[in-house]
Design a protein. Structure first.
Ligand code: MRU
Length: 352
């Protein structure tokens, strides 16, 4: 999506479009192995999303859009092509439940699909729409970083703590919360970034620490349980996180553990900022309690890569997202601008 000169500044982009296939960086194998998986059809893309080969709300939406483009590209060429594309959209919609970017992207693709009467036209227009969704995401990330720095208005280098992975790997490129960290670093305004390891899937240690180290942005990795002590030390000015779905009242679903960080930030008088594209905003839901929260296999807690960490078969509760109430959030930053102290009125003013 980016040429080689801006590849470095946008970070490692996890999705590569080849017109008749999609390459996805297998994020399950990082940081030890850089392996690309080729998905030749919509079913393969849906499976890659479910299995977390590709993850992160915006990257899921972008991949699903390319999945729809592939469905048209590989449709049998018969009069059944519309049925095949429709079935692929339905299959992709079942791949993961929480990140609304998936449904947002599929709706955009469906609108284009419904406007096409011939297969050739659909093949061309669906591919163009997916590429546009990808490009717009990168542009949104760059714009969000500007808005976030306006809100922070740091006079000197600051300390930041982040959770999960919200970088190039989770998006079309550059990143959301991690994009803000990149921008602070570009402007010599980043004193230190602490990255929560983010149990159980370890997006922080496996992906964020890898991505930042690779781009020569100094990072200090910490166990999730260390966050309270770090905030108490006074070394962090802002906790900056991404989002998987933001409801009309400003509640935010994000990676499990985000809510506890917001409570900690409020207790320690540290700013709490959510950075996400407007494709993450779901104005059809009034509040966070309505967001479907994905629960994943207990093995993600009981084991790491097949190594047992708990008694075999012990009962596990593994919700992979939680909801941070709007009243704990200082700013929601999107490419359209920021909502400070978010509530229904503030959200409506920007996203009505
Ligand atoms: O389960 P994941 O890895 O898909 O969860 C990712 C997150 O929760 C991210 O914080 C969120 O999608 C924002 S990514 C820019």
């Amino acid at each position: 999506m980016a040429n080689s000169s801006d590849q470095r500044s946008l970070g490692t982009q996890p999705v590569r479009w080849h017109g008749d296939s999609l390459e996805l960086l297998d994020q399950r194998l990082l940081p030890t192995e850089e392996h690309w998986i080729t998905a030749e059809g919509a079913s393969a893309v849906a499976q890659c999303i479910t299995d977390m080969v590709v993850r992160g709300a915006p990257a899921i939406g972008i991949s699903a859009a390319y999945g729809v483009a592939l469905a048209a590209r590989h449709a049998g060429g018969s009069e059944n092509w519309q049925v095949e594309v429709r079935q692929s959209i339905e299959q992709l919609a079942k791949s993961r439940p929480t990140a609304v970017n998936l449904f947002w992207a599929l709706q955009r693709m469906e609108k284009v699909f419904l406007a096409c009467s011939e297969l050739d036209e659909a093949v061309e227009r669906l591919a163009a729409e997916a590429v546009l969704i990808h490009k717009e995401d990168i542009a949104a990330n760059l714009a969000m970083a500007d808005h976030a720095l306006d809100v922070m208005s740091p006079q000197q280098a600051i300390g930041v703590l982040t959770h999960c992975n919200t970088g190039a790997l989770a998006t079309g490129g550059y990143g959301t919360a991690l994009g803000v960290i990149r921008r602070l670093h570009e402007r010599n305004l980043l004193k230190k970034v602490y990255a929560d390891e983010t149990r159980p899937w370890l997006q922080g240690s496996r992906l964020t620490a890898w991505e930042l180290s690779r781009d020569e942005i100094p990072v200090t990795l910490n166990a999730d349980g260390a966050a309270a002590a770090i905030l108490a030390s006074g070394k962090v000015n802002w906790v900056v996180v991404g989002a998987d779905r933001i409801t009309a009242n400003g509640d935010v679903a994000n990676k499990i553990g985000t809510y506890s960080l917001a409570v900690l930030a409020r207790h320690h008088n540290v700013g709490f900022m959510v950075v996400a594209p407007s494709s993450t905003v779901d104005m059809t839901l009034l509040e966070g309690a309505q967001i479907p929260i994905e629960e994943r296999e207990g093995t993600e807690i009981r084991e790491i890569r097949g190594i047992p960490l708990a008694p075999a078969g012990v009962e596990v509760f593994n919700p992979v997202f939680d909801v941070t109430p709007a009243n704990l959030i200082d700013a929601i930053v999107t490419e359209k601008g920021a909502v400070l102290k978010p509530d229904l009125a503030g959200m409506k003013a920007l996203f009505a």
